[in-house]
Design a binder for this molecule. Structure first.
Ligand SMILES: C[S@@+](CC[C@H](N)C(=O)[O-])C[C@H]1O[C@@H](n2cnc3c(N)ncnc32)[C@H](O)[C@@H]1O
Length: 225
């Protein structure tokens, strides 16, 4: 799986935490979903500096789909569940103490004032205007903003928000909108225990999914048996 030129530029610009491997898998999976003409918009929960969102939005524009990016665009909410791992809680303590480092020499994104404006600017530098042609960035806690957004149906969802409560909310609000043949991809299934717990719990007793393991875990929607 080769990375697109756009994804390479986004990584060079230090706008994403995605590894080359995860980014390539994300792009290839979305391309396959679009090629299969799966209906619906593209969404991302966890935009941060906008790196993966720029690539998703670009594919959305090319395919005539809408893109919805959701983020608080500020300090990440804490891992408040007992299902979050000690490692996630330690990571949050470092962030909260103000000592988290960013990508390379950059400031950690959660300490940047006006992160939303910065991300819109980054989109613009890649030729994508937020608020035009179905490209949307929604600022606020997921649970505060998602209920007011009419996404109708979804073909692809990227869930990259680290902790149990956030992943649980993102998944439970998007899976019912996902078309058959669509896919949800999780950045943190193998790195944050709370993400894995939220995903595993959600699919217990369901018969409308197929798991696809890999660097970034994915779940495809299928017709129930
Ligand atoms: C790991 S970063 C996203 C990385 C990004 N996709 C990239 O390409 O590097 C996780 C983001 O999720 C956001 N987030 C986590 N929980 C949230 C919640 N409950 N509501 C809104 N944003 C949330 C954080 O603020 C943070 O910006």
């Amino acid at each position: 799986m080769a990375l697109s030129e756009l994804a390479k530029k986004v990584r060079q610009g230090r706008l994403t935490y995605l590894s080359e491997q995860k980014f390539a898998r994300l792009e290839a999976t979305l391309r396959a979903v679009i090629a299969a003409r799966t209906e619906g918009a593209i969404a991302e929960f966890g935009v941060a500096l906008g790196g993966s969102a720029i690539v998703l939005a670009s594919q959305a524009l090319a395919a005539g789909r809408s893109f919805h990016g959701f983020d608080v665009f500020g300090m990440i909410p804490p891992p408040a569940s007992e299902k979050d791992s000690p490692k996630s809680k330690e990571r949050f303590e470092i962030i909260q103490s103000g000592k988290s480092s960013g990508i390379g020499p950059d400031k950690y994104y959660g300490y940047i004032e006006n992160l939303y404006d910065r991300v819109c600017q980054s989109f613009s530098e890649f030729g994508i205007e937020v608020g035009q042609k179905g490209i949307h960035l929604h600022k606020g806690l997921f649970q505060d903003v998602v209920p007011d957004v009419d996404m109708k149906s979804l073909c692809f969802v990227h869930i990259d928000c680290d902790f149990y409560d956030a992943v649980k909310y993102a998944l439970s609000s998007s899976w019912p909108l996902l078309s058959v043949g669509g896919c949800v991809m999780f950045d943190d299934y193998h790195t944050h225990g709370g993400c894995k717990a939220a995903v595993d719990e959600y699919f217990v007793g369901r018969d409308d999914y197929v798991f696809g393991d890999g660097a970034n875990f994915k779940v495809m929607k299928r017709q129930p048996a």
